[in-house]
Design a protein around this ligand. Structure first.
Ligand code: ADP
Ligand code: MG
Length: 395
């Protein structure tokens, strides 16, 4: 593909915070940005040169994006793959419609992992109520997940035993009939993720392995320290992520999430690694890279779609990322109050990112805080201080 030089217009499907941070990175490199998102006040639309406020499948809107943009990316995996397919007929798309369609469907995603030979949780795809009785008892205790449209732990129910499966199935059929996947619940010692970038020429680079803590199914904390995990584990995670990307003939930024299993009775002993899921875009767990690496996941996304060279990111600071959920705005009661930013910003190495969302809601991602420091201990200490000020529970 021909390199798109600064001055060209780069387009994104989806106008959330990932699109906003991507837009900042693209504009820093001298590109114009265009956003397609139905929300007139979308975080990315507010900071882009062009905002097409229309449905993702609106023919006139897709035509407008095709006419104005020189390449397209997505910041949201549930953007209809068809929109990417149509834009892909006339423009380079990174990623393309096919890998996004795989990431949108947990059953296709798992099948792809199996085809790549990477380890996955034992699972079964369930198409109908009649099929529930024949599920293997080995999959319990399990988690039943919708194959489509789940995120931040939504569209999932824990299932203790086969006897509880029909009720869980019914619970997930609420919004209309939906295929589900039952996964065995695994004993997690930790979770981690790898964000990689793959160019049109197949070259791959990746961010350092990120260790993630979820609360209520939502990412709460990411810690990124050199050698936080055993070298063999990190190597295995990076290799698996690269295998998954290569197998999809992926172009763009991809996040691969992993479970690190317990090894035996010892609480913190790390056992085998299992691939959980992929996101065909930059990821919440990679936000630290804006402040802790010499090239961020958003700049990598820009470089991929513009056909610019990819360079291996270098972690220059130990970092801790804290998600700022809407809950923090309600720490004092029902009335929304701005959290005490000046107090947090008085701490060393604190980088505050707010996404320009006007309405705080419980569980809504309003921003994040990255703490950078010379050592992991110092980053963690300041992060705990910031968390205490904001009312985020220690970890
Ligand atoms: P989402 O798309 O909502 O991120 P995930 O499948 O990643 O869905 O699940 C959210 C979180 O739930 C995971 O990060 C992990 O903490 C927990 N979880 C999901 N599946 C399993 C499993 N099979 N065993 C143990 N924990 C799980
Ligand atoms: Mg997840």
């Amino acid at each position: 593909m021909k390199t798109l030089l600064p001055g060209a217009t780069l387009g994104v499907l989806g106008g959330g915070q990932l699109g906003r941070m991507w837009s900042h990175a693209a504009q820093a490199l001298g590109y114009r940005t265009a956003v397609l998102d139905p929300d007139a006040h979308s975080p990315a639309g507010l900071v882009s040169h062009v905002h097409v406020a229309a449905d993702y499948l609106d023919p006139a809107a897709l035509q407008q994006m095709a006419a104005q943009c020189h390449a397209i990316t997505t910041e949201f995996e549930n953007v209809p793959a068809e929109a990417l397919h149509q834009l892909g007929l006339s423009l380079p798309c990174a990623p393309g419609a096919d890998p996004v369609a795989v990431a949108q469907d947990r059953a296709k995603e798992k099948a792809h992992f199996v085809a790549c030979g990477v380890p996955v949780a034992p699972h079964a795809v369930l198409h109908s109520e009649a099929g529930l009785v024949s599920v293997s008892p080995d999959l319990f205790p399990g988690i039943l997940k919708t194959t489509r449209l789940g995120y931040d732990g939504k569209g999932q129910v824990r299932v203790a035993s086969l006897a509880d499966l029909p009720a869980a199935w019914q619970q997930l059929q609420g919004a209309g009939p939906t295929v589900c996947i039952l996964e065995k619940r695994l004993p997690l010692a930790a979770e981690c993720s790898v964000v990689l970038a793959r160019g049109f020429d197949g070259q791959m680079v990746h961010l350092p392995v990120q260790v993630n803590l979820h609360r209520d199914g939502i990412l709460a904390v990411t810690e990124v320290f050199a050698h936080a995990l055993p070298a063999a584990t990190e190597h295995q995670a990076v290799q698996a992520a690269c295998d998954v990307a290569r197998g999809l003939n992926y172009v763009g930024v991809l996040c691969v999430e992993f479970f690190l299993l317990h090894d035996g009775p010892e609480r913190d002993a790390l056992g085998p690694l299992v691939v959980n899921e992929i996101a065909p875009r930059p990821h919440n767990s990679g936000h630290h890279s804006i402040d802790s690496c010499d090239v961020s996941q958003f700049e990598l996304q820009v470089r991929c779609m513009a056909g610019l060279p990819l360079v291996q990111p270098r972690l220059h600071s130990a970092s801790v990322m804290l998600n700022l959920l809407g809950d923090l705005w309600f720490a004092q009661g029902d009335e929304a109050m701005e959290p005490p930013w000046p107090q947090v910003l008085a701490l060393p190495g604190v980088h505050l990112h707010l996404y320009g969302k006007t309405q705080a809601r419980t569980g809504r991602k309003m921003g994040h805080l990255t703490i950078t420091a010379a050592t992991p201990e110092a980053a963690k200490q300041v992060a705990l201080q910031a968390a205490a000020i904001l009312g985020i529970a220690a970890w």
